[in-house]
Design a binder for this molecule. Structure first.
Ligand SMILES: [Zn+2]
Length: 142
């Protein structure tokens, strides 16, 4: 485990295959797998992790950004304000960007995946340990 910092940072900038694996694994754990037809791409940045998905209803590409505060909360196994929790899956409750569509585009973020994104962001100094600590404190410790 030691001496792996460099590869963690690399993962942070190219974690799309990694994420796909995680989603597959989680999908089979959840017994659903209904979301597997979504093509999900992620990019990490200062404002958070952006998920690019295509609307299941109209096909419009949507970008859903999960900010770092939300990532830390999900990584702690909790639901950020406004998110939905269903069948062990957490997702932001956001409508499709196409105003005529009205479909809810679900981006599933597993606590495992969120924790990994947060760790990578810490390694890349996108977020500070103080920031993560203060959010965890607000959650009431563990
Ligand atoms: Zn749509």
């Amino acid at each position: 485990m030691s001496g792996k910092r460099r590869s963690v940072i690399n993962q942070f900038f190219s974690d799309v295959p990694e994420l796909t694996q995680e989603e597959d694994r989680f999908g089979s754990l959840a017994g659903g797998g209904t979301d597997n037809h979504f093509q999900t791409q992620t990019t990490s940045g200062r404002e958070g992790v952006s998920y690019k998905i295509h609307c299941d209803n109209c096909g419009l590409p949507n970008v859903v950004t999960v900010d770092w505060q939300e990532m830390v909360i999900v990584g702690s196994g909790m639901a950020p304000h406004g998110w939905k929790y269903e069948n062990g899956r957490l997702f932001p409750n956001l409508g499709c960007g196409n105003g005529n569509c009205g479909y809810i585009c679900t981006v599933t973020v597993t606590p495992d995946e969120a924790a990994r994104h947060v760790n990578a962001a810490l390694q890349a100094k996108v977020v500070t340990p103080q920031f993560v600590e203060s959010i965890r404190r607000q959650l009431g410790g563990r």
